[in-house]
Design a protein around this ligand. Structure first.
Ligand code: IMP
Ligand code: MG
Length: 181
C-alpha cells in the first residue's frame, strides 16, 4: 500500500482491508449472540457508514429477521467537526418496540450519534445500540458509549472505507491516516 493525497494532504496506510474484514466478522458474531431471537433494524448512517454497514449486515446473516434502513446526517466540513448536525433524511420505519442498531463509520465528538439516538429514543424502540467501525475516545464530548467498536483510534483524521475528506476518498479499500510533518 502506498500513500494517497487529497486536497494537498498526504495520508499513509493505517488499517488494511483484511484487518477490517476480520474485525467486522467478530462484531457480527457479537451482534448475532446479543440479538438472538430478536428482529433488529440496522440503521445505516449515510454517507460514511455504507461500506461498513454492508459488510456488518451480511456478517449477521444468522439473524433471519434482521432488516436494514438508511438515514443521512452530516456534521463535518473538511477535517474538523462543525458541532452542528445537518441534513437529516428521516427514518420512515416504525421502530416502536424494536431493537435498533445504529451503524456509524466513526464516533468522534459523539455529537452526531447523541442527536440521532435521542431522536430514535423518542420513537419508543425496545433498545438502541450503537455499532461503529471507528471510535476516537479522546475526542468524545457527549455522554454516549458505542456498544460495538471496530477499532479505537487516536484523535487523528482518517479517510477510506467510507470515510471522506470533503466527499473524496470513500472508495479506498483500506483506511489511511493523515500524515503530520
Ligand atoms: P461526531 O459527530 O463528531 O462524532 O462526528 C461524526 C461524523 O464526523 C462521522 O460520521 C464522520 O462523518 C465524521 N468524521 C469524524 N472523524 C472523521 C475522520 O477522521 N475522517 C472522516 N470523517 C470523520
Ligand atoms: Mg458520517
Amino acid at each position: 500500500m502506498k500513500q494517497v493525497s487529497y486536497e494537498g494532504l498526504t495520508f499513509e496506510p493505517y488499517i488494511t482491508r483484511e484487518t477490517i474484514d476480520a474485525r467486522v466478522k467478530e462484531l457480527g458474531k457479537d451482534i448475532m449472540r446479543d440479538c438472538a431471537g430478536k428482529s433488529p433494524l440496522f440503521v445505516c448512517v449515510l454517507n460514511g457508514a455504507f461500506p461498513f454497514a454492508s459488510d456488518l449486515f451480511r456478517a449477521c446473516e444468522g439473524l433471519e429477521d434482521a432488516e436494514i434502513a438508511f438515514i443521512r446526517l452530516k456534521s463535518y466540513e473538511g477535517t474538523g467537526s462543525t458541532g452542528v448536525v445537518k441534513q437529516m433524511l428521516g427514518l420512515t420505519d416504525d421502530i416502536q418496540g424494536r431493537t435498533v442498531i445504529v451503524v456509524e463509520d466513526i464516533v468522534d465528538t459523539g455529537n452526531t450519534i447523541a442527536r440521532l439516538v435521542a431522536d430514535l429514543q423518542a420513537k419508543n424502540p425496545a433498545e438502541v445500540k450503537i455499532a461503529t467501525l471507528l471510535f476516537k475516545p479522546e475526542a468524545l464530548v457527549q455522554d454516549v458509549r458505542p456498544d460495538y467498536v471496530g477499532f479505537s483510534i487516536p484523535k487523528k483524521f482518517i479517510v477510506g472505507f467510507g470515510l471522506d475528506l470533503n466527499g473524496k476518498a470513500r472508495n479506498l479499500n483500506d483506511i489511511y491516516i493523515l500524515k503530520e510533518d
